[in-house]
Ligand binder design. Structure first.
Ligand SMILES: O=C(O)CCC(=O)C(=O)O
Length: 335
């Protein structure tokens, strides 16, 4: 099996994944960095239950909602080599799909072979919409459940794997990364050792498809606000051109900048946008009759608890609403 190192060019990695469906890149993290991250996730793993079905693995712990729980993977998610590869394969505005820490426990059986893009109802073959990375934080070996891959299966159309399908094992030292195309058949291996095997899946999907996990609800906005901008984008605070993913008609980044929810002023400004002076006046009259009701109606449609609370609070601030309406009236009169 061909092995690359962290100084490989994006072109080399893309070419390898085109040929084989996957690539193994060693030395993405030093042994010390890998060991430090492995230690950092121990506490989270202790609070994580084992799987609920054969796919998750009854002896396997899966950490979901990773970016709400730890900062250990921020740098990995935005590694320049990966972003270069994703730019090349998925085009602009891809997002994180299913970031999942996977600790395969002793005695776990092999996971069934599957494709990661199989969750989308797309007939094969199709342009690649998913790319996955598996970061080894322990040495991955045949005995402890190294990921199994079916070389070249990303080109299959009607073929499906069965018990006779030859698989390769992504054996690699801690700190390496396996990257594979969403159309490649693969699966976790059986762990026949006494020790668990931990790897972090950072999976990405094209910007026009729904990610597997809903980060917008999972990762609190206070947490997202502190993250680097690129990671915020990968967690969904981005649009796919021309405007997929907007919030109230604007770039979703505004939802982070403007507080937990749009301020009353922002909400009203948005309501006024694109309206003629007469329409604005009519709207004002409507709002003056029931300003609080408008906020309550907006709150009823808001699933984020913090945003809902902010809107309900705005509904209660009659004085402030009156002030805003007054200011808006001035603006409407000027036009
Ligand atoms: O743990 C592994 O090696 C692979 C797991 C996997 O492919 C999955 O859970 O979708």
């Amino acid at each position: 099996m061909n092995r690359l190192t962290a100084d490989a060019s994006v072109e080399d990695v893309v070419a390898e994944t085109e040929r084989e469906g996957f690539a193994i890149i060693e030395g993405m993290l030093s042994a010390q960095e890998a060991a430090a991250i492995r230690t950092e996730v121990t506490e989270i793993l202790e609070a994580t239950p084992t799987g609920r079905n054969d796919f998750e693995g009854f002896s396997t712990r899966r950490i979901y909602n990773v970016f709400a729980k730890t900062r250990s993977f921020d740098r990995l998610a935005t590694h320049p080599l990966i972003l270069g590869l994703l730019d090349s394969i998925l085009g602009p505005s891809y997002q994180l799909s299913a970031p999942t820490g996977i600790e395969i426990g002793p005695g776990e059986t092999a996971q069934n072979l599957h494709t990661d893009d199989g969750v989308y109802p797309l007939p094969r073959p199709h342009d690649e919409v998913v790319v996955n990375t598996m970061w080894a934080l322990d040495d991955f070996t045949e005995a402890n459940g190294a990921t199994r891959v079916v070389r070249g299966s990303h080109r299959w159309v009607d073929e499906r794997p069965d018990d006779s399908t030859p698989v390769l094992l992504a054996e690699m030292p801690a700190g390496s990364m396996l990257v594979f195309r969403g159309s490649l058949y693969h699966g976790g291996g059986a762990n026949q050792t006494e020790r668990p095997r931990f790897g972090m899946i950072l999976e990405y999907v094209a910007g026009w498809l729904r990610p597997q996990e809903n980060h917008l609800l999972g990762v609190p906005r206070e947490v997202v606000r502190e993250l680097p901008k690129r990671l915020q984008e990968l967690l969904g605070y981005n649009i796919h051109p021309p405007f997929l993913g907007y919030v109230d008609g604007r770039h979703p980044r505004r939802a982070l900048e403007g507080g937990a929810a749009p301020t009353p002023q922002e909400t009203l400004a948005t309501l006024f946008e694109g309206k003629t002076a007469d329409e604005q006046k009519a709207l004002l009259a409507q709002l003056e009759r029931g300003g609080a009701a408008v906020y309550r109606a907006l709150a009823a449609n808001e699933s984020d608890p913090a945003a809902r609370d902010a809107l309900l609070a705005a509904a209660g601030r009659e004085d402030e609403n009156a002030e805003v309406l007054e200011a808006m009236r001035g603006e409407a009169d000027v036009q």
